[in-house]
Write a protein that binds this ligand. Structure first.
Ligand code: PGA
Length: 255
């Protein structure tokens, strides 16, 4: 069965010193929590090295929030998947809606990045999700289908077990307005059915995380949904207490 997975997306937050402090607090809190769950944090690039040191003996894994698909070359300001693998990242988030809307990320670039991440030996967390306008226009499924088709174009049957999907409705990200448990389940079940069409029964093992204003207060009900395998947490992952409460919530509702 799928293991529950809770991942913090710190976005552009945390100096090296702040990262050290937050990871120290997390390590202390974590020792009190349940074991059977995967946990990771994705700090900014500049904090990955301190994360590697601080988490060396911890059960918490870490990852990056973006990468380039080429191994190296004349791409000023970019960081390759190979470089992130060298830092021992386990995960790389690709196609987050902030990257799609603010930085021109397309399904095509997301697909290239996902392939590069797998090639470098890490797991991509591939993000999909509709805007409020698209949901209101009843386009949620069409948008998700197009994003899955495009962003997973490079993912074959052979390597489909090496990725995680994050369903993040854009209207729920950072807004305080989370999807209801029923809305989350409906979208996750739809995504899983699309994955089944592409990858057959292997889709049953693919983790699909929910992201968008997840907090300790709403985590129980969302994690209780059968196709929700954990969460990608933004704001609430920046506070060790809140993050650990969300982890506990996922551990208790483990499938
Ligand atoms: P949020 O962000 O939890 O702050 O809504 C989630 C995300 O963007 O991954």
């Amino acid at each position: 069965m799928r293991q529950k997975f809770v991942c913090g997306n710190w976005k552009m937050n945390g100096t090296i010193e702040e990262t050290r402090k937050l990871l120290f607090q997390l390590n202390v809190e974590w020792s009190k929590t349940c074991e059977n769950i995967e946990v990771a944090v994705c700090p900014p690039f500049t904090s990955l090295l301190i994360a590697k040191h601080e988490l060396e003996f911890a059960k918490i894994k870490f990852g990056a929030q973006n990468c380039h698909w080429q191994d190296k070359g004349a791409f000023t300001g970019e960081i390759s998947a190979v470089m992130l693998a060298e830092l021992d990242c386990t995960y790389v988030i690709v196609g987050h809606s902030e990257r799609r809307t603010l930085f021109g990320e397309t399904n095509e670039t997301v697909a290239k990045k996902a392939a590069a991440v797998i090639q470098a030996g890490m797991l991509p967390i591939i993000c999909v999700g509709e805007t409020e306008k698209e949901r209101e226009a009843n386009q949620t499924e069409a948008v998700l289908r197009a994003q899955i088709e495009g962003s997973l174009a490079t993912i074959t049957n052979e390597n489909c077990s090496k990725m995680v999907i994050a369903y993040e409705p854009v209207w729920a990200i950072g807004t305080g307005k989370n999807a209801t448990p029923a809305q989350a389940q409906e979208a996750h079940a739809f995504i899983r059915s699309e994955l089944k069409m592409r990858y057959g029964n292997a889709a049953d093992s693919i983790q699909i995380l929910y992201g968008g204003s997840l907090k300790p207060e709403n985590a129980d009900a969302i994690f209780a949904q059968p196709d929700v395998d954990g969460g990608l947490i933004g704001g609430a992952s920046l506070d060790a207490g809140s993050f650990v409460r969300i982890i506990e919530s996922a551990a208790e509702t483990r499938a």
